[in-house]
Design a protein around this ligand. Structure first.
Ligand SMILES: Nc1nc2c(ncn2[C@@H]2O[C@H](COP(=O)(O)OP(=O)(O)OP(=O)(O)O)[C@@H](O)[C@H]2O)c(=O)[nH]1
Ligand SMILES: C[S@@+](CC[C@H](N)C(=O)[O-])C[C@H]1O[C@@H](n2cnc3c(N)ncnc32)[C@H](O)[C@@H]1O
Ligand code: SF4
Ligand code: SF4
Length: 325
């Protein structure tokens, strides 16, 4: 059984931001205004997260993604992976990370049952990496990606946010990684959710433009989506080990197939990335609410999930860093 929203979309995927902290400061993610860190006691404990995931699983959620901020900076994250991995009806447990700490964590994460990992990498140049993230950590991240391959994660998806004038001259080099490594390179359209250090009008590149440029290296063959896939359109070059994907939130938005809800690290349930409407789970959770009450709140959030994002810009107040993408 899965729950449907008001537009007949089956809701099966919960993205959980486990922390609002991050060891990088990506220019397209961090807002212009100063960020206040949440005090530790405002963040859901692992026990609270696991309880909510069990309730979500009873309603019909089948896929969980842990994200952040940077999920690997939260202490004992491997324990949380283990706990969620033990919930038998969760079919797919995934992690989105910036990869900086992956060399250290990959083996433990794998042992805890994680198999699906998405790693953000916007450039192959160490200097440009330092510029976009604010930290000179390209070699650390690349070592993390290599370690993830060595340990056996599959699939390993590489998230590239495209920014004109910054990394559009690397589209081919990044796509070429899919020939040499079993990596799924995903080109993501920059989403103007908040005002950041990257000017949207000057930086946006659409998926169509990227596909056009990729014609130089071969013909992209469509790969059919699998159940529980995220929003990427999947393709492959003949003879490659990996894939190339496109996440086109603006030019070909995927709202009609949206299957997800988001849980923020401070326990607010967001039915849509582009809407600040949130359902408070933390307060009732901490006031001793029953599972039935918590389930009713999740169901109410699903019922009120917006139809689409409506192509609006700078619409949200909670930074991407705090929602988890
Ligand atoms: N607009 C919008 N963007 C999304 C949504 N889900 C993910 N994204 C964006 O897609 C990019 C990749 O996100 P990931 O955390 O790797 O998750 P995913 O694409 O669902 O991953 P898979 O399930 O592995 O395909 C990020 O920039 C996200 O912000 C969504 O529901 N709406
Ligand atoms: C917010 S991060 C959190 C997880 C982890 N820190 C990481 O960077 O992978 C999740 C994803 O959102 C993407 N993202 C952040 N801001 C974005 C924006 N304005 N438009 C599109 N994607 C964005 C990042 O590139 C990353 O792949
Ligand atoms: S949350 Fe992810 S995308 Fe945002 S600043 Fe941190 S590493 Fe960069
Ligand atoms: S913008 Fe909102 S409705 Fe559209 S895909 Fe993203 S979360 Fe779903």
């Amino acid at each position: 059984m899965s729950l449907q929203d008001a537009y007949n979309r089956k809701i099966t995927y919960l993205r959980i931001s486990v922390t609002d902290r991050c060891n990088l400061r990506c220019r397209y993610c961090v807002p212009r205004q100063a960020l206040k860190r949440l005090p530790h006691n405002e963040i859901l404990t692992y026990e609270e997260i696991v309880r909510l995931v069990k309730i979500a699983a009873q309603i019909g959620f089948k896929k969980i993604r842990l994200t952040g901020g940077e999920p690997l900076v939260r202490r004992n994250i491997v324990y949380l992976i283990e706990q969620i991995n033990n919930i038998s009806t969760i079919q797919k447990l995934c992690l989105t990370t910036n990869g900086t700490l992956l060399r250290e964590f990959a083996s433990d994460l794998y042992r805890a049952g994680l198999r699906h990992i998405n790693i953000s990498l916007d450039t192959l140049s160490p200097q440009k990496y330092a510029y976009i993230t604010g930290v000179d950590a390209f070699s650390q991240t690349w070592a993390g990606i290599k370690k993830a391959i060595e340990v056996g994660f599959h699939p390993i998806k590489i998230n590239v946010v495209l920014i004109k004038g910054f990394n559009d001259n690397e589209i081919i080099d990044l796509a070429n990684l899919s020939f040499d490594y079993p990596l799924y390179i995903r080109f993501i359209e920059y989403m103007p959710l908040m005002s950041t250090g990257i000017n949207f009008e000057q930086s946006f590149i659409s998926t169509d433009e990227v596909k056009e440029r990729l014609k130089k290296i071969g013909k992209l063959e469509k790969v059919p989506s699998s159940a529980l896939d995220g929003p990427a359109q999947r393709y492959k070059f003949r003879g490659s080990l990996g894939e190339v994907g496109f996440i086109s939130a603006l030019s070909h938005h995927f709202c009609p197939n949206c299957n997800r809800l988001r849980l923020t690290s401070d326990g607010q349930l967001r039915p849509c990335l582009f809407s600040d409407q949130e359902w408070d789970l933390k307060t009732p959770l901490r006031q001793g609410a029953s599972n039935t009450t918590l389930k009713a709140i999740i169901e109410d959030a699903i019922t009120h999930k917006p139809k689409s994002h409506g192509y609006v810009k700078f619409v949200i107040h909670r930074p991407m860093l705090k929602i988890g993408g």
